[in-house]
Design a protein around this ligand. Structure first.
Ligand code: GLU
Length: 318
């Protein structure tokens, strides 16, 4: 028996360096100029350093964003993914776009960086506040992205619709900065951690300003919903933007399904937190992360038991 198992493993090794127990896991991210892509790539990099021990092989392809990731996990096409805290809430509770379609097996793993709702406008567009977007050409984001879904909530709260813009384009994050620079749109919308490549590109190719998003409708959204908070994008992060920008925001969160085995989630969580300094060094948006906050803030679905086990061992939760 023993030698037969050995022979199988040896044959697998000879065939492609794989061990008998190898398991592939896929993490849904976002556009390549955003931060989700770096979250997924960083997690996989840490997981794949230990493949010889646990047999997990991790990939993190670019995707359409939060909603696309949650739906792919629900369909069983992906194992894990990054999603905004507001859409984690709605998917688990069956509200907003998930009305009548709750994803009860959605599980929280941890939260990551804050994501302010970010509006960037060309300086020559005369857009100073969110209200000035009326009648303008605005990239409202690709369907499947968190910013597009949250933009629809904001428009609803303000009593606006897509018809309030002269153009509502649906470009992906990787395309939107060039569109702003080429004067094909006046403003772009992105719910994203800072600093990031997309806004850096936008503000360095054309004279562009981050726009305040803090009217009464926004204040009411913050007061009425636990997953929104006021947010400030500090001045000095981007060319030509020395002043702070006042807006609201959510958190990026890492999620999975109850269907994913406990030991798989445990190994992924261990890879991140056993190597936490290395993880934090992989993107400037991770600089202020604290494990104790990451396992408690921004999570509305129940914690996955594999994650819970690791956090208990660390004494981070009861
Ligand atoms: N918040 C965006 C979304 O949910 C993605 C931001 C990023 O890729 O960093 O689609």
């Amino acid at each position: 028996m023993k030698s037969a198992t050995f022979a199988l493993a040896a044959a697998a090794l000879a065939a492609g360096g794989a061990t008998a127990q190898e398991r592939f896991i896929t993490i849904g991210t976002g556009g390549q100029t955003g931060v989700y892509y770096v979250v997924g790539q960083s997690i996989c990099r840490l997981v794949n350093r230990e493949t010889a021990q646990h047999g997990l092989r991790c990939t993190a392809p670019s995707t359409g964003g939060s909603i696309a990731n949650i739906n792919a996990i629900k369909a069983g096409d992906m194992d894990m993914g990054v999603a905004q805290s507001d859409w984690q809430y709605h998917a688990y509770n069956g509200s907003a776009d998930y009305e009548g379609d709750a994803f009860e097996d959605l599980r929280a793993v941890f939260s990551v960086h804050p994501e302010p709702f970010t509006v960037v406008a060309r300086a020559d567009s005369e857009i100073e506040t969110f209200e000035d977007l009326q009648g303008k050409r605005v990239n409202v984001g690709n369907p499947g992205s968190g910013q597009r879904a949250t933009m629809e909530i904001v428009l609803d709260a303000m009593g606006w619709s897509m018809d309030d813009f002269s153009l509502a384009s649906e470009l992906r994050p990787a395309e939107q900065s060039a569109a702003l620079g080429d004067n094909r749109v006046d403003a772009i919308v992105y719910t994203v951690g800072h600093p990031n490549g997309s806004i850096q590109e936008a503000t360095s190719t054309v004279d562009a300003r981050l726009v305040d998003v803090n009217n009464d409708a926004i204040q009411q959204l913050i007061e009425e919903n636990p997953y929104y908070a006021s947010a400030t994008i500090p001045g000095g992060m981007y060319a030509g933007n020395d002043e702070d920008t006042e807006t609201f925001g959510v958190k990026a969160t890492f999620v999975t399904s109850a269907e994913v085995p406990d030991d798989v989630v445990y190994e992924v969580v261990s890879a991140v937190f056993d190597n936490f300094d290395r993880f934090k060094s992989l993107h400037p948006a991770f600089e202020n992360l604290q494990p104790e906050d990451m396992v408690s803030e921004g999570l509305s679905a129940p914690l996955h038991p594999g994650a819970e086990r690791y956090y208990r061992e660390q004494g981070w939760i009861e």
